[in-house]
Design a protein around this ligand. Structure first.
Ligand code: NG6
Ligand code: CA
Length: 508
C-alpha cells in the first residue's frame, strides 16, 4: 500500500510539475507572439489602387487579397514612396525618402548596389532583434560595385544589406540577366557557358528582337527589342547562361515555392520574409493555368495568378500554425500601367476595368494613381478588421516595425506609425513628399500640392498623364479624388501654406 501511495503521489507531483512547465512554455510562447511575430511583406509590382476587388474592382476578383483586406486593415490612403520601382523599394528597405538619393531611379540590370552597406535597413534592424531575414523575388536595387561578373558570386547585394537569405531576380522581368540569383550565385549556371551582360551594345552575332523578329512571340511596342529570351524581347543584351535562364510562365510558382519553403524551414525562430512578386509588371506571362482566365488579357491573368499565389502562401502559414503569429503587410511598389512596352492586349481588353480605381495618372505619374496603392495589414487575432483613411507610407515600416519588435529607429525618414498599422489609431502621417521620375509633390492632410514642372504632361507611349504642368496645382483629395479641380488660384492661402511646408521638407 505504502509503495502504491508513494507512486501515486510522485506521479501526481510530476504531473503537476509538467503541467506547470507546460503553462510556462505556453506563456513564453504567447509573449513571443506579442513581441516577436513573424513579419511578411507581400509586395506586388505595378499593381494599381483599383486592381483588387476589395478596393473596388468589379471586372476582376481577387479573393485571397480580399481576405487580407476584410480580415485586416484596408488603408485607403496608403502610399508607395514613388511612382516607379527602384525608388519605392529603396524607401521600403531603408526608410529614407528616395529623392534624397539622386541615383534612386529605374536601374538597368548592370547597376551597382544602390543601398550603402553602411546604411540602416529594415532587415538589418530586425536581424539585430534576432530575426531571421529573407527576400524572395524581385530586387531591382542594383548589385555589385560596377562591372559585375555574373559567373562569380555577385556581391554586395541583398545579403550585404541585411538579408540572411536572398533568392532574387536581379532587376525586372523585362531586363537581362534573365536568371535567378541565389545568395549571389546564378542558379543553374553551366561554367562552360558563361554569362555576359551589356546594356549599351549587343554581342556580335547574337539575335535581337530587331534583327530576328521571327523569334519573337510577344511583340514589343516600345523598348524591349534587345536580346530575346523565351520568345520575348528584353531590355539589355545577354549572351550565354542558356541552362540558367528562367522560365517566365513558371516564375510565379517558382517564387511561391521558395517563399513556402522558407516559412516551413524557418518557423522555429521569428522571421522576416520580403516576398516581392513580379506581377503584373511586363512581360505578363501567366502560367497556362491562368492564361485567358480574367478576360482582361495577360495583365488580368497575372493578377489572378498573383492572388492565387497569395492564397497558397497563406495556406502554408496556416498549416504550419503560424497565422496567429505573423503580421502581413500587403502592398505594391507603384501604380498601374497598361501598355508598358509590349503588345499584350492590356489596352485592348481593358473593358470596364479601372486599374486606377478612380485616381488620376498611373505609373510614372505624380498624380495619385502613381503612388497611392493597395495597402493592407493583417494579423489574425491581433488586428481588428477595419478600414483606415490615415496617411501611411511604405517608408514607415522601418520605424513602425522597430517599435513592434521592441526597439526604435530615429535615424531615417521613417515614422513610427505602429498603432496606425495595428488599427489602434487613425492618426497617420501629417506630411508626405511623394516622388515620380524626379518630380516631387506634397501631401498634407486632405491636400496635395504639385509644383510647376517643365516637360510633357502626357507620356504618349504608355498613355499616362505624369503631372508636368507649368503652374502650381492644388487639390483637395477628400472632395476631389480624381484631381479635376485645381484650386491653386482660388485658394492662395492654402497654396502658400503648402509651399512653405514643401520647402521646409525638401529644401528650396
Ligand atoms: C521602363 C520600361 C518599362 C519598365 C520600367 C520599370 C522601356 C521603354 N520601359 O523604362 O517597361 O521596365 O522601366 O518598371 O524600357 S519598374 O516598375 O521596375 O519601375
Ligand atoms: Ca513597379
Amino acid at each position: 500500500y505504502l509503495s502504491l501511495l508513494i507512486l501515486v503521489t510522485v506521479t501526481l507531483f510530476i504531473g503537476c510539475k509538467s503541467d506547470k512547465n507546460k503553462e510556462e512554455v505556453k506563456q513564453a510562447a504567447e509573449e513571443n507572439i506579442s513581441t516577436k511575430p513573424n513579419i511578411v511583406v507581400i509586395y506586388l509590382d505595378d499593381l494599381g489602387y483599383g486592381d483588387v476587388s476589395s478596393y473596388g474592382a468589379t471586372e476582376l476578383q481577387t479573393p485571397n487579397i480580399d481576405a487580407l483586406a476584410t480580415g485586416g486593415i484596408k488603408f485607403t490612403n496608403g502610399y508607395a514612396s514613388s511612382a516607379t520601382c527602384t525608388p519605392s523599394r529603396y524607401a521600403l528597405l531603408t526608410g529614407m525618402y528616395p529623392w534624397r538619393n539622386k541615383k534612386a531611379k529605374i536601374l538597368p540590370g548592370t547597376a551597382p548596389l544602390l543601398i550603402s552597406t553602411e546604411q540602416q535597413t529594415l532587415p538589418k534592424m530586425l536581424k539585430a532583434q534576432d530575426y531571421q531575414t529573407a527576400i524572395v523575388g524581385k530586387w531591382h536595387l542594383g548589385l555589385g560595385t560596377g562591372m559585375v561578373n555574373w559567373n562569380q558570386r555577385v556581391s554586395p547585394g541583398p545579403n550585404e544589406v541585411g538579408f540572411d537569405e536572398a533568392y532574387i531576380l536581379a532587376a525586372t522581368q523585362d531586363r537581362v540577366p534573365t536568371v535567378y540569383i541565389d545568395n549571389g550565385n546564378v542558379v543553374g549556371l553551366d561554367p562552360n557557358d558563361p554569362i555576359s551582360v551589356n546594356y549599351k551594345e549587343n554581342f556580335k552575332g547574337e539575335p535581337t528582337a530587331v534583327s530576328n523578329p521571327e523569334m519573337v512571340d510577344m511583340k514589343w511596342h516600345h523598348g524591349h527589342n534587345n536580346s530575346i529570351v523565351n520568345g520575348i524581347g528584353r531590355i539589355g543584351y545577354m549572351k550565354g547562361g542558356e541552362a540558367a535562364k528562367w522560365s517566365d510562365v513558371d516564375m510565379a510558382d517558382h517564387f511561391l515555392e521558395k517563399a513556402q519553403n522558407y516559412v516551413k524551414t524557418h518557423k522555429n525562430k521569428p522571421f522576416f520574409l520580403y516576398y516581392a512578386m513580379q506581377q503584373p509588371h511586363v512581360p505578363r506571362t501567366p502560367h497556362p493555368r491562368f492564361a485567358g482566365k480574367s478576360g482582361l488579357g495577360p495583365r488580368g491573368d497575372v493578377i489572378l495568378e498573383a492572388d492565387w499565389c497569395i492564397g497558397e502562401f497563406m495556406k502554408t502559414l496556416k498549416e504550419e500554425g503560424l497565422l496567429e503569429n505573423t503580421l502581413i503587410v500587403f502592398s505594391s511598389d507603384n501604380g498601374p500601367v497598361l501598355n508598358d512596352g509590349y503588345y499584350d492586349d492590356a489596352v485592348e481588353k481593358i473593358g470596364k476595368h479601372d486599374p486606377n480605381g478612380g485616381l488620376r495618372g498611373g505609373k510614372y505619374s505624380i498624380f495619385e494613381a502613381g503612388t497611392r496603392v493597395p495597402f493592407i495589414t493583417y494579423w489574425k487575432g491581433k488586428i481588428q478588421p477595419g478600414t483606415s483613411d490615415a496617411i501611411v507610407c511604405q517608408m514607415d515600416l522601418l520605424a513602425s516595425l522597430a517599435n513592434l519588435v521592441g526597439t526604435e529607429d530615429t535615424t531615417t525618414d521613417s515614422q513610427d506609425l505602429l498603432n496606425v498599422l495595428m488599427g489602434e489609431s487613425k492618426k497617420g502621417r501629417e506630411n508626405l513628399v511623394i516622388e515620380a521620375t524626379g518630380k516631387t509633390a506634397l501631401r498634407h492632410g486632405d491636400w496635395l500640392m504639385i509644383p510647376p514642372y517643365k516637360g510633357k504632361n502626357f507620356r504618349e507611349k504608355v498613355g499616362i498623364e505624369v503631372g508636368n504642368l507649368p503652374d502650381f496645382q492644388l487639390y483637395n483629395l477628400k472632395e476631389d479624388l480624381a484631381q479635376k479641380n485645381n484650386l491653386a488660384t482660388s485658394n492662395p492661402k492654402k497654396l502658400t501654406e503648402m509651399i512653405a511646408i514643401f520647402e521646409s521638407l525638401r529644401g528650396k
